[in-house]
Write a protein that binds this ligand. Sequence first.
Ligand SMILES: Nc1ncnc2c1ncn2[C@@H]1O[C@H](COP(=O)(O)OP(=O)(O)O)[C@@H](O)[C@H]1O
Ligand SMILES: [Mg+2]
Length: 308
Amino acid sequence: MSAIIQIQNVSKTYNNGHQALHSINLDIKKGEILSLLGPNGAGKTTLISIICGLVNKSSGSILIDNFDNTTHYRQAREKIGLVPQELHLGMFDKVWNTLRYSRGLFGKKADDAYLDQLLKDLSLHDKKNEEMRNLSGGMKRRVLIAKALAHQPEILFLDEPTAGVDVELRKDMWQIVDKLRQSGVTIILTTHYIEEAEAIADRVGVINQGKIILLDETKAIMKRLGKKHMHLELQTPLSQLPDTLKALNFEMSEDGASLYYHFKNQKEYANIPKLLKAVTDCDILINELHTSKSSLEDIFVNLVTNEK
Ligand SMILES: Nc1ncnc2c1ncn2[C@@H]1O[C@H](COP(=O)(O)OP(=O)(O)O)[C@@H](O)[C@H]1O
Ligand SMILES: [Mg+2]
């Protein structure tokens, strides 16, 4: 698959001297869903803002469908729709006018049927003639999505789309993302939730302190980093780990009060009853069972440890 966005050696130092990006190289494939996963302050918004031409890069180059995003800004920019992290909307503008205006800005012919459908898809149709200031926070976010899509962009950026968003909107959003992907739109979203990246993305780029420290197919990343484990708190500490449990790859904590089991993949979840039976067969009483997945923090610790 060919690259629709080519990012070469892009660095950014803000005016206050803070270097937010360090020589980023990244090819984004046409039609893929790429998730940029990283903690707050990693540089995700900076990178997106630079690609969209809202922030100037300090060095490097960016091609959008082979158009340089500085020398051919217009051609590059019209291919992109951006749903920003922050809400920026004219409070006295009406929903419908905002969409028509946004479409017009990119030089696209008016297409009310398309905009109508967009409003329906986003459950905004009954708000068509409302002023922005009369909408709830969730509704405003829907309008931002509609606005980003008003000119039928080939590439859509969603910056932290689900931060502080209600369940309904989250569901609608993933449906829209799915529909867009089927129509061939390339989607780049940022998140600091692993589950989200895992659920939706074809590839995940892990970004930390202004560097992409890992980029791979989602499945490969999750296999490597998204390990899940089960933790059993025992009623009475064990003096040693029974052989049958050792054979099943259980591990015991140093104080003998906990047993751990690391799942290799999701399919192994089906083995939980069998694993628990093996434990009770050893006359071990369980106080509590916890299952958890590695957090973003764990992933970074893992990455750093693996690099050593
Ligand atoms: N306008 C700015 N001036 C100076 N520093 C900034 C500016 N915008 C962002 N930063 C800094 O750059 C780093 C990356 O920020 P950002 O791209 O917003 O990260 P993320 O979106 O991953 O949370 C942070 O340390 C942030 O404080
Ligand atoms: Mg951000």
